[in-house]
Design a protein around this ligand. Structure first.
Ligand SMILES: [Ca+2]
Ligand SMILES: [Ca+2]
Length: 91
C-alpha cells in the first residue's frame, strides 16, 4: 500500500514538473551552461532525432560539429557528443 502512495506522489510531482518545464527547454540548456556544467545530449538534441545538428550544437558554447564529427555525417551521435564535451571540459 505504502509503495503505491509513494509512486502516485512521485508521478504527480513528475508530471507537474514536466508541464511547468515544457516551454523552458532553452532555459534548461542556458541554466546548465551558466552553472558550469555541459547540457546533456538529450537537452541539446532539441528535435530528439538522436543526432545533434550544427544548429543544435550552437546551444553549447565551444562545441563545433566540424571538429567533433568523427564519421563525417555532419551530425553528432551521442558518442561523438560525449567525446567533444569531455574534450571541452578538460580545457
Ligand atoms: Ca537533433
Ligand atoms: Ca557524426
Amino acid at each position: 500500500m505504502r509503495k503505491h502512495i509513494l509512486t502516485a506522489t512521485f508521478l504527480s510531482v513528475f508530471s507537474a514538473a514536466a508541464v511547468a518545464g515544457a516551454p523552458g527547454g532553452e532555459k534548461d540548456a542556458a541554466a546548465a551552461m551558466t552553472s558550469g556544467t555541459m547540457p546533456s545530449f538529450e537537452v541539446v538534441d532539441r528535435n530528439e532525432d538522436g543526432k545533434i545538428s550544427a544548429e543544435e550544437a550552437g546551444y553549447v558554447r565551444g562545441l563545433s560539429v566540424q571538429e567533433a564529427d568523427r564519421d563525417g555525417d555532419g551530425m553528432l551521435s551521442p558518442v561523438e557528443y560525449k567525446a567533444a564535451i569531455e574534450h571541452l571540459t578538460k580545457g
